[in-house]
Design a protein around this ligand. Structure first.
Ligand SMILES: NC(=O)c1ccc[n+]([C@@H]2O[C@H](COP(=O)([O-])OP(=O)(O)OC[C@H]3O[C@@H](n4cnc5c(N)ncnc54)[C@H](OP(=O)(O)O)[C@@H]3O)[C@@H](O)[C@H]2O)c1
Length: 234
């Protein structure tokens, strides 16, 4: 039985990842801030762990509880982007911006670092951050959205750096693009349903190997250039 660890597993893409992997008979370690948010997962036998990614010490304490357990797939999915609160140039809220950096850019690196022995213990480990074209500098033709755009750009940068550190250990690390999907973050006008985006990302993750490490990969499996010139608009 393979094991997957997913952050932000109480709603949106993270919850759907947890449900689909469980249906496929993976062992699922679902991390979320409040385990009471996901009675359906608890009832279905998924292991739900409390983890607030703003608390970096908690990341290490949590990893201690998994000592010796192989992890085949790590999905750094949790993210912060609240459209209703997104600030323009004159409305930046510094504390929220810092939290965005912590959760979107720093926590994926720190959680991966804390779980590196668990990934190494797998025969075919894969780890991923969920990225976004909002993090692509070459597409910036407007102002605003400082929190999300700067922190996702940092998350992309961290993916490449981390992939180099993990290469010698044989652990591929990629950045996956889900496409604009109907979640709280994506909004109800998004073109893609959650189950479809997650199904496609799972198919893509299943094919990731070390030759793709450090890449930005669309849910379709297509490689996306880091300096993409055209909004995929999907
Ligand atoms: N939906 C899209 O169109 C889209 C497109 C491109 C990329 N993405 C990326 O896909 C990922 C998932 O997005 P989504 O659409 O599913 O968003 P979502 O519905 O807003 O869910 C975000 C998840 O992140 C969790 N999270 C936020 N802060 C956290 C913290 N401090 N500690 C632990 N968990 C925390 C949330 O938990 P709480 O409920 O506790 O807040 C929630 O489970 C994100 O990285 C996002 O940037 C999404």
């Amino acid at each position: 039985m393979k094991t997957v660890l997913i952050t932000g597993a109480n709603r949106g893409l993270g919850l759907e990842f947890a449900k689909q992997y469980q249906l496929d008979e993976w062992e699922v370690i679902a991390c979320c801030r409040n385990p009471d948010d996901v009675p359906e997962l608890l009832e279905s036998g998924v292991s739900v762990s409390q983890l607030n990614l703003l608390d970096f010490e908690a990341i290490n304490r949590f990893a201690e509880t998994l000592k010796g357990k192989p992890i085949d797939l790590l999905i750094n999915n949790a993210g912060i982007h609240d459209r209703s609160k997104e600030e323009g140039f004159l409305g930046i809220e510094t504390e929220r911006w810092i939290d965005g950096f912590k959760v979107n850019a720093m926590a994926p690196v720190l959680l991966t670092q804390a779980l590196v022995d668990n990934l190494s213990a797998s025969e075919n480990p894969v780890a991923a951050t969920i990225g976004s074209q909002a993090g692509c500098l070459t597409l910036y033709d407007s102002g605003g959205l400082y929190l999300y755009r700067t922190s996702k750009a940092a998350a992309h940068s961290a993916t490449v750096i981390l992939s180099n550190d993990l290469k010698t250990l044989g652990i591929p690390y990629v950045c996956l693009r889900p496409g604009h999907t109907k979640t709280d973050m994506g909004g109800s006008d998004a073109p893609y349903e959650i189950d479809e985006s997650v199904r496609m990302m799972r198919q893509t993750l299943a094919k990731v190997d070390i030759s793709q490490t450090g890449c930005f990969i669309d849910r379709t499996g297509e490689l996306i250039p880091w300096n993409m010139e055209k909004d995929l608009n999907i």
